[in-house]
Design a protein around this ligand. Structure first.
Ligand code: ADP
Length: 375
């Protein structure tokens, strides 16, 4: 190749890179920038020549939920270590802070840079997804509004079917009673679904409040267990309770705590075959209170365990056995636990049973302002 041809190629390559709409940064093995295109420069408010040779962490400050990520946790390191392409999207909630202080949400792809089979750095492609966020937000607001509107007619159906069912307006024959009871139950399920959808939209909009007050965990748990007693008895389940005496009252939002117990315990009951055992333990462990809900039920198939906290997910092994369910409960529980400064995880073996664990700090949940609570 002649010198002119090389220069032409170089110019062509530069034109391609500077015409790209996405930001592109290439780094070497020392994590220093070897190339940055114009779009990246505009997004980060840093001139590409100024960025060259600098460490990537000085230029690309990545945040999750408004907290800066520790460098070791960056997806860049993961892509290099695993020699794999990593994609970050809307749901990962990552943002970048530009030099002028503007924080904007990003989607990003990171690929290891390979030269002769050896890793010689990484290529980072990213774009501003503010618009995508806005569309997503508008969809969530729509779900919130629609669920809210559905509540009024559903309450009316509930109210009137209950009145007719109780024969307040005249006697019913057996068939009429049976059909009306089905109608009443289906409506109740719909109310639960609409409430869950409202909760999910409030979570996704970041709009739910946390209002802690001194709360006795065992009292809230017992209240929920009393409500579940008919189902527990119907299935002839044994209930093992193990409450640590040392568990003090903790500053926690009682409504949120109820949501946690309600979902985990009703799942344990729902997903356990008759004559099984369910258990609830409350323990003090270091600086935390540990809630453990166990069952000897259907379990969660290993292949589905990664998806269990995602919205609307229900595993195949329970869907044919138990028609009732929305796949929203655990998503809500996880959000609630995390908003309360806690952690949730589980252990499960298909066909043997499941244990869910939650820790919440004894120091209590932090108050969080919000437009509405969860129901
Ligand atoms: P739902 O119970 O309404 O379907 P959840 O979000 O509470 O929704 O749970 C999501 C899925 O996780 C369930 O559909 C089920 O597949 C699985 N799961 C949750 N808890 C258990 C459990 N205790 N045993 C077995 N599977 C469970």
């Amino acid at each position: 190749m002649t010198e002119i041809e090389i220069r032409d190629r170089q110019e062509q390559l530069n034109a391609i890179l500077s015409s790209m709409a996405e930001g592109l940064i290439a780094i070497d093995n020392e994590r220093r920038i070897i190339l940055m295109n114009q779009a990246a420069g505009i997004l980060l408010r840093t001139a590409p020549p100024e960025a060259a040779g600098q460490e990537i962490k000085q230029i690309l400050a990545i945040y999750r939920d408004n907290q800066p990520l520790v460098y070791q946790d960056l997806p860049i390191e993961k892509a290099i270590a695993e020699r794999d392409i990593i994609s970050i999207g809307l749901l990962d909630n990552l943002s970048v802070k530009a030099k002028n202080g503007r924080l904007f949400p990003i989607a990003m792809t990171i690929a290891p840079l390979l030269a002769k089979g050896e890793i010689s750095g990484a290529i980072i492609l990213f774009r501003d997804i503010t618009k995508d966020r806005e569309i997503d937000q508008a969809k969530t607001e729509f779900v919130s509004l629609a669920s809210h509107q559905l509540k009024t007619p559903l309450s009316a159906i509930n109210w009137y079917s209950e009145m007719v069912l109780e024969e307040e307006v005249g006697p019913l024959n057996e068939k009429q009673k049976e059909y009306l009871k089905n109608l009443y139950d289906a409506n109740r399920r719909m109310v639960e679904l609409v409430n869950s959808l409202l909760n999910v939209s409030r979570i996704d909009l970041g709009a739910f409040a946390v209002e802690p007050s001194p709360t006795d965990f065992s009292a809230v748990a017992d209240e929920v267990l009393t409500e579940l007693k008919p189902q527990i008895d119907l299935k002839k389940l044994r209930l093992d309770k193990e409450y640590d005496k040392q568990v003090p009252s903790i500053n926690a939002d009682p409504k949120l705590l109820r949501i946690i117990f309600q979902n985990l315990l009703s799942n344990a009951v729902k997903y356990t075959a008759p004559n099984g055992v369910i258990g609830l333990a409350l323990k003090k462990e270091g600086d935390n209170i540990l809630i453990r809900v166990t069952d000897t039920g259907y379990g969660i198939p290993a292949a589905d365990q990664g998806k269990i906290f995602t919205k609307l997910f229900r595993a195949d092994n329970v869907r044919d056995k138990e028609a009732e369910g929305t796949g929203l409960g655990l998503y809500i529980v996880k959000a609630v636990v995390e908003a309360g400064g806690g952690r949730i995880w589980f252990d499960s073996l298909e066909g043997r049973g499941t244990s869910f664990f939650i820790t919440l700090p004894l120091a209590g949940m932090k108050k969080k302002a919000g437009t509405r609570g969860l129901t």
